[in-house]
Design a binder for this molecule. Structure first.
Ligand SMILES: C[S@@+](CC[C@H](N)C(=O)[O-])C[C@H]1O[C@@H](n2cnc3c(N)ncnc32)[C@H](O)[C@@H]1O
Ligand SMILES: [Zn+2]
Length: 145
């Protein structure tokens, strides 16, 4: 697997592997497009590394981005959706300036049924990796492009 420029997989102080920046990313910049595979509920897959695009629609991240951890105070946002041709897509964008060496985090906003304990250590940590108040809804809007 080719290494994505500006990113490095490390052992994370939060959990398991994580991803750090090896260069500075400005607020609003596209850090990377995500390589991944679309699949649907009922197909037997490991969903631990998948974005939830919609109810029963998942995007299994198959490059270094699969190891980006969750934080309740994220520095990254994921834009994701399904193209008119039915292909999944996702992109990581910087929410603020990210300096070299900083770990990347986005808010997984998991539905209640999939929630896990959170160890992000943010001041405003919710204690759980879970969506705020929108029980059972999609993590990301389906956006054609
Ligand atoms: C997409 S993987 C992220 C990479 C993961 N750290 C690994 O080494 O495989 C998602 C899993 O990482 C763990 N994880 C990510 N962020 C976490 C956090 N803030 N607190 C606790 N566990 C976390 C959870 O077990 C979650 O199911
Ligand atoms: Zn947290």
């Amino acid at each position: 697997m080719a290494r994505l420029p500006g990113l490095q997989v490390i052992r994370s102080p939060v959990q398991g592997y994580g991803v750090i920046a090896t260069r500075r990313w400005k607020a609003g910049s596209v850090i990377t497009n995500v390589d991944g595979v679309l699949w649907r509920a009922g197909e037997k897959r490991d969903d631990r590394y998948s974005l939830i695009l919609d109810e029963g629609v998942f995007f299994d991240m198959v490059d270094q981005t699969r190891w980006v951890n969750h934080s309740c105070e994220p520095n990254v946002v994921v834009e994701a959706g399904v193209t008119r041709q039915g292909n999944g897509w996702a992109q990581l964008q910087a929410l603020r300036t990210i300096e070299p060496g900083e770990e990347l985090f986005y808010d997984y906003a998991l539905p209640e049924a999939l929630k896990e304990r959170c160890h992000c250590r943010a001041r405003t940590c919710r204690g759980w990796i879970v969506e705020k108040g929108k029980r059972g809804q999609a993590t990301f809007p389906i956006r054609p492009r």
